[in-house]
Design a protein around this ligand. Structure first.
Ligand SMILES: *Cc1c(COP(=O)(O)O)cnc(C)c1O
Length: 394
């Protein structure tokens, strides 16, 4: 039963938006423990444990800063700690979230350059390399990309962006938004030479909203020494100083840290490789369903397909919002809406976090039944195609 619903409905709600995602019962139980004294002796022990464990999700040996904030806060922290007013940052228009990060950079007094995109693929490493190669004076101080563009279901190949920056021999920092990929799609902060990784709690990490993260490289730490953007709440320096003994400079979201501790245990127990393989498999089954319906996937580049969500285009003249409303009303399932220019054109199926084969089949069945109710033209082969794939690759 939902905490609040205006109409009594039996059974569980299907929360299949690409974040917030379903929180496992074990994580909910962990949160349901008494709040501790965040300055007491036991908190430091727990703090050190959680700060160490969370590094696994980023595949880093370096520090990870944890904020009591949504992902947007960690976006701001990444920029404010490393850059100065008027600095140029190179960003790529992969979709709605990349556009919001660009707007934020502008509001903070930076000079973002936006490489144009069509919202149907990830960032273009060749375009990044060409722009950096042109920037002989090294005016560009950071390259920012979104690993998994949640508005389109397209990923950016961060390894290729790193290679492009190296090929251009450009010293800019590399910053990556992994808010909807961390814990779902393979991501290597250290191996890919990322300077600041931005993440949030409520998507692949299987936690409620309320925590966000910066994984920080040595080069990024060095950049803080000359960075002139004003920062206070987001400042890494007092945070890292307190974190050294397991504490925080201000009150942390204590019960969400219990949740993080438990969610990291669950990921360790399943094994990161298995977590990624599970997401890849559910994404493939979903795409087969979409193809079976005769509908179009928003992402046009198979190498950029997202394993955490699939954005589905509706035929011209049909309303994605109408379809979502019908599915919510009849089958008690929430699907992601189209954001920005994709409003009413696409709906998004979240298949990330605490999720399994039958949850996916329930989700896809709800979509197929909903299309029938809403009068969307489709071929009735989608659910069957997904079942064939899952049963054939059990
Ligand atoms: C959800 C999301 C955000 C915004 O995070 P909030 O927690 O809502 O502040 C930013 N970037 C991406 C890629 C996201 O998926």
């Amino acid at each position: 039963m939902a905490y609040y619903q205006s109409k009594p409905t039996a059974g569980r709600h299907f929360l299949q938006i690409p974040g917030p995602t379903n929180v496992p019962d074990r994580v909910l139980r962990a949160m349901d423990n008494p709040t501790m004294d965040h300055r007491g002796p036991d908190f430091g022990i727990l703090g050190l444990r959680v700060l160490e464990k969370v590094k696994l999700a980023f595949q880093t040996q370096g520090p990870v800063v944890i904020y009591p904030a949504s992902g947007t806060g960690a976006w701001e922290a990444a920029l404010a700690n490393t850059l100065s007013p008027g600095d140029r940052v190179l960003m790529s228009e992969t979709g709605w979230f990349a556009s919001l990060w660009r707007e934020m950079a502008e509001r903070l007094g930076l000079k973002p350059e936006f490489l144009k995109g069509d919202w149907r693929r990830g960032a273009d490493p060749a375009a990044i390399e060409a722009r950096l190669a042109d920037d002989k004076a090294h005016a560009i101080k950071a390259v920012c990309v979104v690993h998994n563009e949640t508005s389109t279901g397209c990923t950016t190949r961060v390894d290729e962006v790193r290679a492009a920056m190296d090929a251009a021999r450009h010293p800019a920092l590399l910053m990556v938004d992994t808010i909807s990929s961390l814990g779902s799609i393979d991501y290597k902060h250290d191996a890919w030479g990322v300077d600041v990784t931005v993440a949030g709690s409520q998507k692949g990490l299987m936690l409620p909203p309320g925590l966000s993260f910066n994984a920080v490289s040595e080069k990024a730490l060095k950049a803080t020494e000359t960075a002139k953007l004003p920062r206070s709440f987001w400042d890494w320096k007092p945070m890292l100083a307190a974190n050294a003994t397991g504490y925080f400079p201000y009150t942390p979201a204590t019960n969400l840290l219990y949740a993080l501790d438990t969610a990291m245990d669950m990921m360790l127990e399943e094994g990161l490789e298995n977590v990624f393989a599970r997401h890849d498999r559910h994404a493939e089954a979903t795409r087969r369903a979409v193809q079976g319906w005769g509908l179009e996937i928003q992402c046009l580049e198979p190498r950029h397909y997202s394993s955490s969500l699939t954005a589905v285009r509706l035929p011209e003249g049909h309303s994605a919002n109408g379809l979502r409303a019908a599915i919510l009303e009849k089958f008690n399932m929430s699907l992601g809406n189209g954001l920005g220019q994709l409003n009413d054109r696409v709906f998004r199926i979240g298949h990330l976090g605490d999720f399994n084969d039958l949850a996916l089949m329930g989700t896809l069945s709800g979509v197929e039944m909903g299309m029938r109710l809403a009068g969307v033209p489709f071929k009735a082969n989608g659910v069957k195609a997904a079942m064939d794939y899952l049963a054939g690759n059990a």
